[in-house]
Design a protein around this ligand. Structure first.
Ligand code: SF4
Length: 164
């Protein structure tokens, strides 16, 4: 059976980002997977109970999603609000949903404190990146779901072909 792929809802163009917008990924591979009904959109931050729009948030202190899960770091809004619990709840919901839908793969937008898998921002809200996973991406990896960033679409396509 064709593998299903959980995808960050904003990559499908859904208006779920903190700024109330989407960030659609335009690529023929995405068009094909949509036609094949393989893509399951999900937004962990909304699923964790956060509103849209919402203040931007980053993982504090140059840490990453694994540090948040281990209790070493919080996720803070630019306005100072602590949204750690919502980010963890949203990530757990994303993993549960991926299992329910039979998704072995996830295609997540990079840089997000939830969905990032190659880099996240360092908590200073200055645009400074560092390598690391967001909270949802870290939980998915722990759960054995293969996570790919939007910059790794070709690599994911090759993996999907291998397992189809
Ligand atoms: S949590 Fe993920 S799906 Fe939701 S807006 Fe942020 S990057 Fe997109």
């Amino acid at each position: 059976m064709s593998p299903k792929i959980l995808i960050s809802a904003c990559l499908l163009g859904r208006p779920v980002r903190y700024d109330g917008r989407g960030k659609p990924l335009h690529d023929p591979i995405i068009d094909r997977w949509k036609a094949e009904d393989r893509l399951i959109g999900f937004c962990p931050e909304q699923a964790g109970g956060l509103p849209t729009p919402r203040p931007p948030a980053e993982i504090e202190g140059g840490m990453n999603g694994e540090d948040v899960l281990a209790g070493r770091a919080r996720v803070l809004e630019v306005t100072g609000g602590d949204v750690t619990a919502e980010f963890i709840a949203g990530g757990r919901n994303a993993v549960a949903f991926a299992h329910e839908q039979g998704c072995r793969f996830a295609l997540l937008i990079d840089g997000s404190p939830s969905c990032g898998s190659g880099f996240v921002y360092d908590g200073s809200f200055s645009g400074t990146r560092h390598p690391g996973f967001g909270v949802t991406a870290a939980l998915m990896r722990q759960a054995g779901i293969e996570v790919f960033s939007d910059r790794e679409l070709d690599r994911l396509a090759a993996r999907v072909e291998d397992t189809a």
